[in-house]
Design a protein around this ligand. Structure first.
Ligand code: DGT
Ligand code: MG
Length: 242
């Protein structure tokens, strides 16, 4: 489908309540359906904040955010949230079975849908190794899982809902390079028409994105492909060299 899930930031400025200065300053970019848009930048540069404005966890101070040309302020909250699969930086698993954790947000999910999501998220093998597979219980919200396993379950949860828009906040950071690559390739083919926004701190995760946005202290310091930024963007060059 054409033009479903196109996200546009137009001169977005945002300030947390009570904060002296805005954390995002005149941010403008477009994220297209069928493409991966990556956001890279050092800690505190505003990456998470950018993602959280899209489902309207906060409202902008000035500027606007459009989805398919419509200001998100004019989209019903429930409609907006149903379009978006947001995978938070810190996985929010709860004590319950793996099935319940993955079906969270789509309570009528079938076992087949859960398995498909787990396979795409490269989580099938370690789940199967548990005695009861998807019906195993996550004790104390997953204390016995590794960071990378939690990330993959969290990604699987977003896939089951089949949203138009995926927002991954540092969701690949705990994975080894190979699993990171395999998972992003699987995501790409499984969500071919969706809009993917991927926040990351390592270049390897963003380099094959159609568009990379370099954030620096709440401002867009550059937009381009890996090759373009490598050639003309100082901050990107510094990230690559670090
Ligand atoms: P990360 O996850 O460490 O790589 O950093 P980012 O790029 O995700 O940064 P972000 O968006 O969490 O924070 C940007 C700035 O906003 C940073 O100076 C911290 C500040 N900030 C974040 N969350 C809040 C909040 O809830 N309240 C206030 N007042 N400031 C916040
Ligand atoms: Mg963050």
């Amino acid at each position: 489908e054409h033009n479903h899930g196109r996200i546009e930031f137009k001169d977005v400025t945002f300030r947390y309540e009570g904060a002296e200065k805005p954390v995002l300053k005149k941010i403008s970019f477009t994220a297209m359906p069928g493409e991966t848009t990556a956001i890279i930048g050092s800690t505190g540069s505003g990456k998470t904040t950018v993602l959280q404005l899209i489902p309207r966890f906060y409202d902008v101070e000035s500027g606007e955010i459009l989805i398919d040309g419509q200001d998100i302020k004019n989209i019903k909250q429930s409609t907006l949230r149903s379009k978006i699969g947001y995978v938070p930086q810190k996985a929010s698993l709860f004590s319950g079975t793996i099935f319940e954790n993955i079906a969270f947000g789509k309570e009528d999910a079938t076992e087949e849908e859960i398995y498909t999501a787990l396979k795409t998220a490269q989580a099938f093998d370690f789940v199967e190794k548990r005695g009861k597979g998807i019906h195993s219980t996550l004790e104390q919200a997953g204390v016995n899982l590794s960071g990378g396993q939690k990330q993959r379950l969290s990604i699987a949860r977003s896939l089951v809902r089949k949203p138009q828009i995926y927002l991954f906040d540092d969701s690949f950071s705990a994975l080894d390079y190979k699993t990171d690559r395999i998972l992003r390739d699987a995501l790409k083919s499984e969500t071919a028409e969706a809009t993917l926004i991927i926040v990351a701190q390592r270049v390897n995760t963003v380099k094959d994105a159609e568009k990379i946005i370099v954030l620096n202290e709440g401002e867009v310091a550059g937009i381009g492909t890996h090759a373009e930024l490598l050639e003309n963007n100082k901050i990107y060059q510094e990230i690559v060299a670090s």
